[in-house]
Design a protein around this ligand. Structure first.
Ligand SMILES: Cc1cc2nc3c(=O)[nH]c(=O)nc-3n(C[C@H](O)[C@H](O)[C@H](O)COP(=O)(O)O)c2cc1C
Length: 354
């Protein structure tokens, strides 16, 4: 599956394992995907600088192939509820059910982006990818001057054009099928729910840099379809969530594999930013009082102790069950084996089409 894009990155297959900050992706997954000839990614958005350094060291101890580190860029998010008390009271009931101390309103740490960007120059990954905003052109130029390739996430044509103008090397076109946080940073997020099939060719026509398709791609059929739309590569998240190396609880994996195409929705309930996940008890309760949701990242920090306890206990009713719309096509196998399977499947689809 070597292409101009894979040669440019020094990888064998145009398959990127999506960064999944929070537990989805692990250094073992990143290394396995990169060693198998894809591009593994570290989801670094929530990692302390020490934890990031440890993950980078672990990936490098397992493979010398290229990998990406992913960050959250800076962009405005919707204003949240002015009074945090009702949300704290709601979350307190879930803490009680989990048997943990009542929630407290966390203080807001300073934005980590500048120190994270400085760390990129130290760690020197092959690629820095980012979502939820455009980086200032000066930051992109600094990364490029250090020999690091950059990829920004767009959910609309206008976002793709803004990213191209900032100097990125490639654009990840994230369709509305995608699991996890929406990369949207321009339009109201409700207007930026464009399916992968509609989004990818419009972005391909609008920009001159390579476009990576993301959202709902689970197997060789999806990879060849993305190729047909003009994508240079695919980025897949949900497909890797059920692999051996994934950091999520077994109960979450089982829920993904048993889920229906209608199981997910885009919600602000867990973090204050729109993200696609499977409906569960917490999500449904918060959606019913959506005006009580706090802004990002406050809602995210406030729900973190609940989500962490739920993850330990395998309580899928209180966990953010991020998932794309095609989770039932997922498979249980090692991440490297999945890369090999995807390559074989894509080849079989191409042969069938010929
Ligand atoms: C559990 C999970 C966590 C995610 N975390 C991130 C992240 O930290 N950074 C990012 O750029 N994208 C993140 N994404 C989105 C992916 O990059 C990608 O857009 C998405 O997985 C593609 O859709 P799919 O899940 O249907 O493959 C996440 C996705 C999932 C499922």
């Amino acid at each position: 599956m070597a292409t101009e894009f894979t040669r440019w990155l020094g990888i064998d297959h145009p398959i990127i394992q999506a960064p999944m900050a929070g537990a989805g992706s692990t250094p073992a997954m990143t290394a396995a995907v990169s060693a198998a000839g894809g591009l593994g990614s570290i989801g670094a958005a929530y990692l302390s600088l020490d934890a990031l350094a440890a993950e980078v060291a672990e990936v490098r101890s397992r493979t010398d192939r290229p990998f990406a580190i992913n960050l959250f860029a800076r962009s405005e998010s919707a204003p949240g509820a002015a009074d945090p008390a009702p949300m704290l009271a709601l979350i307190a009931r879930h803490h009680e059910a989990l048997g943990i101390e009542p929630p407290v309103l966390p203080s807001m740490p300073p934005d980590p982006l500048d120190s994270q960007l400085a760390a990129m120059l130290v760690h020197q990954p092959a690629v820095v990818s980012f979502t939820m905003g455009a980086l200032p052109a000066a930051d992109v130029a600094r990364l490029k001057a250090a020999g690091i390739k950059t990829m920004g996430t767009a959910t609309t044509v206008a976002e793709a054009k803004a990213l191209e103008a900032s100097g990125v090397d490639a654009i990840i076109a994230q369709g509305s099928e995608a699991g996890g946080h929406r990369g949207t940073f321009f339009a109201p997020w409700q207007a930026a729910l464009i399916g992968t099939m509609a989004l990818v060719p419009q972005i391909v026509d609008a920009v001159s840099v390579p476009v990576v398709a993301a959202g709902g791609i689970m197997d060789g059929r999806g990879i060849v379809a993305a190729e047909a739309l003009g994508a240079a590569a695919v980025q897949m998240g949900t497909a890797f969530l059920t692999t051996t190396e994934s950091g999520i609880h077994e109960a979450y994996k089982a829920a993904l594999l048993a889920s229906a195409d209608t199981a997910t929705t885009v919600t602000l309930a867990f973090s204050g930013r729109p993200a696609r996940g499977m409906r569960n008890r917490f999500l449904t309760e918060v959606e019913a009082v959506a005006d009580q949701i706090l802004s990002f990242p406050l809602q995210n920090s406030t729900t973190r102790p609940m989500r962490s306890a739920a993850a330990r206990q395998g309580d899928i009713e209180r966990l953010s069950l991020w998932s794309g719309q095609a989770a039932s096509l997922g498979r249980r196998m090692g991440s490297a084996e999945l890369v090999r399977r995807l390559v074989d499947e894509a080849e079989a689809v191409r042969a069938r089409l010929r």
